[in-house]
Design a protein around this ligand. Structure first.
Ligand SMILES: C[S@@+](CC[C@H](N)C(=O)[O-])C[C@H]1O[C@@H](n2cnc3c(N)ncnc32)[C@H](O)[C@@H]1O
Length: 432
């Protein structure tokens, strides 16, 4: 045995937020990737690190990962867990967050899990290696793993990867590493490429030929995240429908990860609206380019706010003839104020991963009685829910959507109200 190293046996108590099994040793907490609650482990502790020597028992919830890259690729932390148990684990996380924030006596949640082969949005790292190009997700804290298979993504995306890899490895602009975002839109895959050096004329010709051959309507290039984008190749129009309305999403725009998840979110949001007249105003915050706006516009008049210029421009262009109006606004710098919010019969919000920041306080100070909150991050919810409880809101319904299968991410739709009549009605319905 090496100096300073000790060995011990421990049982995994629970999964941590990153999906790793948690054990205790000498009063300290350790996380072991690839292990599940109840499993007994033989561990070695050395230099402040833990090493799994042997998994001595297997949980009944353990399954064989469907992907041979599962132990390396950073995309899926929990492929070794039965997916029904995984959905339950995600539900428990949200439930714990709600109860911790004071929302007890909760209604039964609705649960939804997206199937394999459904991911329509992909963000992959590119790395030049001797003889070719690696295209894939990073291993945890390491290099990208070549995506030679993936049971998560849509089959048409997987089928495109070999030709894409070949095309990208022929580009002079990819001297070392880069990034590629793909949104699979109705018009076809929409590609946004970042490269380590500028695109040459010959690179552009190669991308244009690739776009024509593989029916890729648009390939956009930018030198780095946040930098100006330019179209590198365009072989046709770019479009997608949201709630029956045709939108032309900008490059690298936000798109829900799967169509099935998008539909589950939309259904939960629409089911959570209070009774509305068509004249009633719905204020939608963080609207993107209209995923929820146009379905909502069939129930009331939507005032949609979004901070990203290109996204709100796409939304505004598509609003002609619909019952929605779009506004560009950075809701952190310039949150909607109570007098603006008070005109809404209901507020629907779908903030980014970090949550809704400064916007929340003014929302809670307003007279708004009903909200539908879409969250992709229980940790952000944990920060924000206590203030909602304090401001008198009750949870009328909650839906947990496992849109990111085999990962630890979880999407939640919360229907919140402080309208006592509506709360009582919902309670009566639930209990009686
Ligand atoms: C989770 S996405 C939801 C988008 C849309 N609801 C959908 O389902 O496609 C969050 C959106 O918030 C926008 N956003 C992020 N920070 C913002 C801010 N400070 N002000 C306004 N919008 C912001 C992003 O551009 C993104 O479109």
């Amino acid at each position: 045995m090496m100096e300073g190293s000790t060995q011990a046996h421990a049982t995994v108590e629970q999964l941590g937020r990153s999906g790793d099994g948690m054990v205790r040793h000498n009063g300290q907490v350790w996380y072991i990737p690839g292990t599940l609650p109840g499993e007994q482990l033989h561990l070695r502790f050395h230099n402040g690190q833990v090493e799994l020597l042997e998994r001595e028992s297997s949980s009944a919830e353990r399954v064989t990962p469907p992907c041979s890259l599962a132990d390396r690729c950073g995309g899926c932390a929990l492929q070794h867990m039965d997916s029904t148990t995984l959905l339950d684990w995600k539900k428990d996380q949200v439930e714990r967050t709600l109860t911790k924030s004071g929302f007890t006596d909760l209604p039964e949640p609705s649960l939804y899990q997206t199937p394999p082969h459904s991911r329509q949005r992909l963000d992959v790292a590119l790395q030049r290696v001797p003889g070719g190009m690696v295209l894939g997700l990073h291993q945890r804290g390491g290099d990208p793993v070549d995506m030679t298979e993936c049971p998560l993504i849509r089959p048409e995306l997987l089928a495109l990867l070999p030709a894409l890899r070949q095309c990208l490895s022929s580009l002079g602009a990819l001297t070392s590493c880069g990034n590629l975002a793909i949104n699979l839109l109705e018009s076809g895959p929409d590609l946004t490429l970042e490269t380590s050096a500028p695109l040459s004329g010959s690179d552009r010709e190669k991308l244009a030929a690739f776009a024509r051959e593989h029916h890729i309507p648009r390939i956009t290039w930018r030198p780095a995240p946040g930098k100006m984008m330019e179209t590198a190749a365009q072989s046709g129009p770019v479009f997608h429908h949201f709630g029956g309305v045709k939108v032309s999403p900008p490059p690298a725009s936000f798109l829900q990860a799967t169509q099935e998840g998008e539909q589950a979110i939309r259904n939960a949001v629409l089911a959570g609206l209070p009774p509305l007249n068509r004249k009633d105003r719905i204020i939608e915050l963080y609207a993107g380019c209209g995923t929820l706006t146009f379905p909502l516009a069939q129930h009331g008049f939507v005032l949609a706010y979004e901070g990203e210029k290109a996204a709100i421009e796409a939304l505004r262009t598509a609003t002609h003839g619909s019952r929605a109006e779009g506004f560009e606004r950075d809701l952190n710098r310039q949150p909607l104020l109570p007098p603006e919010l008070n005109q809404a019969r209901v507020v629907v919000l779908d903030p980014p991963y970090a949550g809704c920041g400064k916007q929340l306080a003014s929302l809670l100070r307003s007279k708004v009685q009903d909200m539908v909150y879409v969250s992709c991050n229980p940790a952000a919810l944990e920060k924000e829910l206590p203030a909602m409880k304090e401001a008198g809101f009750a949870v009328l319904a909650w839906t947990v959507i496992d849109q990111f299968l085999w990962s630890t991410d979880v999407e939640t739709v919360l229907v919140l109200s402080r309208d006592l009549k509506r709360i009582r009605k919902a309670e009566k319905k639930r209990k009686g």
